[in-house]
Design a protein around this ligand. Structure first.
Ligand code: ASP
Length: 325
């Protein structure tokens, strides 16, 4: 029997029940990943994705999303999209209805309106409070819009000590949802969605909507997706690299390790966490990271509930370590 399963970042758990129902119903991988990600986009408690996401430097929620169909290698993406809570579904419509792969900003919003998505304010009171408190704690009035020097300082602090930064700033500063699916037909798909780095420069686009950076799926070899400092995944084309390493014959764990090693080659003063989830064409799966103690989740159609797994940590010396949770 063909293994059908979901593999995801931990915050996707809210979308697993609906996505598993689809998967067990012999639904298509592409529908399954979209259903899972939509639930995360709806979750106001997740400050990294969709409705309730933390805003950019000037207080606007800007969203990025990608879908890719491993059967056809078709992809759709939106970037720096404001005021629509389901960028993943808009990305899918881009893929299905346009001769384009990605729309950004006002053009993406125009298309969303045209195909019937409703505009709404995505900034929740809680997200606004977190955003404002941090700016005030750092000695800036939220009305000031020229923050980029400050933002670079934050990015450096995050790179130096992410644990400390997360303690000070709270959760939601970084984060994204990744969902990979393999359906009963053996087809693969990936969906990725994020509000990006909180307090990011307006218009900044990370890895999430970029095919081959934030996500990639190819039925023949496998699928992968990333969370973390997107600029690194963009520069190393991390998701595509991993799938290409599979194509070149590496086993899944070696392919994922190579993809992390590529990140260490980047000369990057802001280098910080990058997490990867990946599966091969048979449904074997892994999570990898350049930061210890990270996790991912998965569920096969036969399992009653999702399970958590540690991500393999690859250090700068190239050693891969898997510590139990
Ligand atoms: N990868 C996302 C981005 O760079 C953010 C994150 O996952 O932390 O936009």
């Amino acid at each position: 029997m063909t293994t059908s399963l979901l593999v995801a970042s931990p915050n996707a758990i809210v979308g697993f029940p609906a996505a598993m129902e689809r998967l067990r119903d012999k639904g298509r991988a592409l529908d399954v990943v979209e259903v899972a990600v939509c639930a995360v986009e709806d979750n106001p408690e997740d400050h990294t994705v969709g409705y309730g996401g933390l805003p950019n430097l000037i207080g606007e929620v800007e969203l990025d999303a990608l879908v890719m169909d491993g059967r056809t290698l078709a992809a759709g993406a939106v970037a720096a999209l404001k005021s629509f809570r389901h960028p993943v579904s808009i990305a899918r419509r881009v893929m299905e209805e346009l001769p384009h792969v990605m729309l950004a900003g006002e053009g993406a919003a125009c298309f969303a309106r045209e195909v019937g998505f409703q505009e709404e304010d995505l900034l929740t009171g809680e997200a606004l409070r977190i955003w404002r408190e941090r700016l005030e704690a750092e000695g800036h009035s939220p009305e000031v819009s020229r923050y980029y020097a400050q933002m670079k300082g934050w990015a450096r602090r995050f790179a130096t000590d992410p644990e400390q930064a997360e303690q000070e700033w709270g959760t939601g500063v970084t984060g994204t949802v990744n969902v990979l699916a393999r359906d009963t037909h053996g087809d693969l798909a990936v969906a990725v969605s994020t509000s990006g780095w909180a307090w990011k420069y307006p218009g900044r686009v990370g890895d999430t909507p970029i095919v081959g950076a934030g996500g990639y799926a190819d039925n023949r070899y496998g699928a992968a997706a990333c969370t973390g400092r997107g600029e690194m995944a963009v520069r190393a084309a991390t998701a595509r690299s991993l799938v290409l390493y599979l194509k070149m014959g590496l086993p899944l764990r070696d392919a994922a390790r190579e993809a992390v090693l590529d990140l260490y080659a980047l000369d990057d003063p802001y280098a910080s966490t990058l997490n990867i989830v990946a599966m091969d064409a048979h449904g074997n799966h892994v999570g990898f990271s350049n930061r210890p103690e990270q996790r991912y989740i998965f569920q096969t159609a036969e399992m009653g509930a999702p399970a958590e797994r540690p991500r393999v940590y690859v250090g700068p010396d190239g050693k891969a370590e898997e510590r139990p949770l």
